[in-house]
Design a binder for this molecule. Sequence first.
Ligand SMILES: Cc1cc2nc3c(=O)[nH]c(=O)nc-3n(C[C@H](O)[C@H](O)[C@H](O)COP(=O)(O)OP(=O)(O)OC[C@H]3O[C@@H](n4cnc5c(N)ncnc54)[C@H](O)[C@@H]3O)c2cc1C
Length: 446
Amino acid sequence: MEGRKYNIAIIGGGILGVSIGYFLALFSKSSVVIIEQERDVAYHTSSRNTGKVHAPFLYDPKEKKLFAKIALIGFEMWKKYSDLKGIQFKNDGVIEVATEDEQIDTLKKYVNWGIKNGLEEKDIIFLDHKQTHQIEPNISCKASILCKKDASVDYHLLTKSLKKDYSDAGGHFMFSHKVKRIISNSHHPITISFQNQNEETIHADYLINASGGNSLEIAHSMGIGRDLINLYFRGEYWIAPQEYETVTSHSIYSVPRQKKYPFLDPHWIIKFDGHCEIGPNAVPVFGAYAYNLTNNFTEVMPKIKNLMIKHGFWSLLLDREFLSLVSTEINSSFSKKSMINRVKRFLPLLDPNKFTKRGLSGIRSVIINNQGNIIPETILLKDAASLNILNYNSPGATGGLPMAAMIVYDLIKDGFAQRKNDKEDLSGNENSNLWNIEEIYSRIKY
Ligand SMILES: Cc1cc2nc3c(=O)[nH]c(=O)nc-3n(C[C@H](O)[C@H](O)[C@H](O)COP(=O)(O)OP(=O)(O)OC[C@H]3O[C@@H](n4cnc5c(N)ncnc54)[C@H](O)[C@@H]3O)c2cc1C
């Protein structure tokens, strides 16, 4: 069956894919389709996260430069977008605590990183034990940082709102379509076929792979990123009882004890609607959707087979720090008490017995290289007709809008998308008047 033809096809209706579609529909003349295997947007990680607009103080300005920049700009952009749409953007700030004296230097390093990454001095303040106690009397710590430029939002709702704006501006969706095969040949448009859709195919001049935890698998199917491996870690949460909703006025994070790995210890989280949670941990699992035991087991065989032949996987298994991390995380998955106790270190009044309900878990997909090293930054792999976005982890939701604006401006510059002229650009659409994508692009790139 001869399928429809689009200029650009985006695989993935998560916050990133929908944000890219949004900017393409606003600023380019290209016909765009977002292909999503589920029946709606933001079905996976984009709804299964902590819901924070992260300030960029945890990101090493050298190793995580792109993540740091998109976090800084993401705060401003989500605030602007939420204000326009009347969606809640709770600028509630965050406190990061040191529970041991040796961690105080790490806090000072974070202040330094935050300022290097563009935070103003007034927004990130070092507090000694006494000053912390004045702000948060229930917290036990040696010292802390108060960062005022951190917020709580509902990324599910924000993605839904972008979905509407994208559709109103002429963007197309294909829901319940799981991409099975991509045929790419430099002389012809790309052909995409789908699982369980018989003969159906579509064609596109350019493909954007924004499929989250599946993006490496899709890149591999096109012969891209073959030396990279995906590992998956489930982040689990416990919902706090209502009586704990006023024990702190900020979300509280702690200096991670495993320095080498990009997993933070579980936090005390105040969500956008005021309810509190503990989490996430980082339990190793076998697939992007291994939210429960059944899903995990169905993924075991194909994933194990694939991992066993990779040198990087074996190198990681020989790393003692990694093995110690894995055992702590698995323990905190099976034992509620062990998970709550990780937060009780700095919030001692918590009673694990009062936590009875689990929150919604989400899966981190982490990419390692051939040597078994975890790659700290997001990876953008291009070929003649595709862009593959890999390792798009936290603060990926925070950075969704700026990352998408940067990608779209790049596509326009490289001639893969045709820009609307000035008149069409400012056609009275409240969304296009909101953004200057050249400026966002240059703030990220330079
Ligand atoms: C536990 C946890 C907590 C986090 N907390 C935060 C936070 O507080 N703040 C923050 O900024 N970031 C946070 N993040 C990171 C953030 O959630 C992600 O970076 C972001 O959601 C990634 O968005 P995405 O669109 O790339 O991926 P996804 O939301 O996973 O979207 C990808 C989409 O692609 C679709 N897809 C996959 N394969 C196919 C296929 N073959 N065919 C068709 N469709 C396909 C999927 O169904 C999915 O909908 C957290 C992540 C986790 C796991």
